[in-house]
Design a binder for this molecule. Structure first.
Ligand code: FAD
Ligand code: NAP
Length: 341
């Protein structure tokens, strides 16, 4: 086993994309399942809880962390099955998601192009069933391997066990903090096909008079649109969308549309999905700054932390914003990233 490099009193500022300067009691970067088992044993011996981290792009630390932070760096990309139609890949949980998307396209394996430029690790992707531009992880997901923290035992979860939903899974609910994902298995297609259901993508190709873009072109356009709209966390600290798009009842929607005829909404399973960014902008919070924390001037759904403030300031800001939106629209915005109190 490679060296088990345990550190104490570590600043987490470079371990989360909001650059919150919380202090972890202990931290270890693991590169193998053996090292993970070692970390679990260490935490047990020292009566510490475990906090798993990938690249910290969907995490808010409200306070210092009295736990052993385990940073997942388990690497590896393996082709485990290949047919004329598709390829099945087993990917180490610590691999970078965007690099996986690039690599898959280089090999002419398709299905991930709409999910380009999502920060974070492969192992964190199932946690909220990452999604963008009408595609979600579950559309290519086969199974994952994880280690149950309590019993230090390896388990395999298929799609059904993961209970994927809109930005949600069993790992955000019943199995929250109970497992560490070590690998994810995906099936990609060899025949090119694209999902252009989102207006931003469709319009882009319509303007170019391109009827059937190649997956590589879709990848490039997704990157281009995202780069033009979203702050890069390495330049302006942020955790992407800070709130989920709320799903409300048809009745609620009918009431809202009377007062706000231009409200942005989409029918989905279970009701009507509202664009949270639109609600925030209409509530007058786009670009509004309090104690150095703000929403981004181009995308109100993203909270930015340019002064590396503590999580308390970020959550105070988020709570005031939630209240302002609720007062106008009677809609409760739910925070998307994981908050550690
Ligand atoms: P972390 O923040 O490190 O962890 C997130 C949660 O998952 C934590 O609770 C952690 O404990 C848990 N976790 C992480 N790894 C493991 C593991 N191996 N086993 C068990 N639990 C684990 N998300 C989208 O869905 N779509 C987008 O389009 C999108 N765009 C974004 C754009 C920006 C600019 C940013 C900053 C974020 C965006 N996100 C988006 C959110 C984020 O990128 C994803 O949620 C990503 O999957 C988080 O990966 P991570 O490794 O950084 O997770
Ligand atoms: P956009 O394309 O301007 O769309 C605005 C909102 O409308 C999005 O929130 C999207 O919901 C919804 N939407 C648009 N077309 C839709 C359709 N045909 N059916 C259902 N819903 C539709 O959004 P954007 O802000 O530029 O983001 C582009 C994509 O990247 C979105 O899918 C977004 O979720 C994703 N993204 C996610 C994060 C994150 O941190 N979670 C950060 C940045 C971008 P959905 O959000 O539900 O798709």
């Amino acid at each position: 086993m490679a060296e088990f490099n345990l550190q104490h009193n570590v600043s987490l500022e470079t371990y989360n994309t909001l650059s919150v300067p919380a202090i972890a009691k202990s931290l270890v970067e693991i590169e193998s399942v053996d090292q993970l088992q070692h970390a679990i044993a260490y935490a047990k011996e020292n009566s510490m809880s475990l906090l798993v981290l990938g690249e910290g792009s969907n995490t808010v630390f409200n306070d210092d962390v009295d736990a052993l932070v385990v940073v997942n760096r388990i690497k590896g990309k393996q082709v485990i099955e290949e047919t004329e139609q598709d390829v099945t890949l087993k990917i180490g949980a610590g691999e970078n998601w965007h690099k996986l998307v690039e690599w898959s396209l280089k090999n002419r394996w398709y299905g991930l192009q709409n999910l380009a430029l999502i920060p974070g690790t492969v192992g964190a992707a199932p946690i909220q069933n990452i999604g963008a531009y009408g595609v979600e992880l579950e559309s290519v997901f086969i199974e994952l391997e994880c280690v149950e923290i309590e019993f230090a035992k390896t388990r395999v979860f298929d799609k059904e066990l993961c209970q994927f939903a809109y930005r949600d899974s069993v790992f955000k609910n019943q199995l929250r903090d109970k497992v560490v994902i070590t690998s994810v298995t995906l099936k990609l297609q060899k025949q090119a096909s694209n999902n252009l259901s989102y207006p931003a993508l469709r319009q882009y190709f319509e303007n170019l008079n391109v009827e059937h873009p190649l997956p590589g072109q879709v990848f490039n356009v997704v990157c281009k649109i995202r780069n033009s709209k979203l702050p890069n966390p390495t330049e302006i600290p942020n955790a992407g969308s800070f709130f989920k798009n709320p799903i409300i009842s048809e009745q609620h929607y009918q009431n809202l549309i009377k007062q706000h005829p231009d409200i942005v909404a989409f029918p989905v399973d279970g009701g009507i999905k509202l664009a949270a960014g639109w609600l925030i902008e209409r509530a007058g919070w786009k670009g509004k700054a309090i104690n150095g924390v703000a929403t981004h001037h181009q995308q109100a759904l993203v909270i930015v932390n340019p002064k590396n403030q503590t999580g308390k300031y970020i959550l105070e800001y988020a709570n005031s914003l939630q209240l302002a939106v609720y007062e106008i629209f009677s809609v409760k915005l739910e925070i998307e990233p994981r908050v550690y109190s």
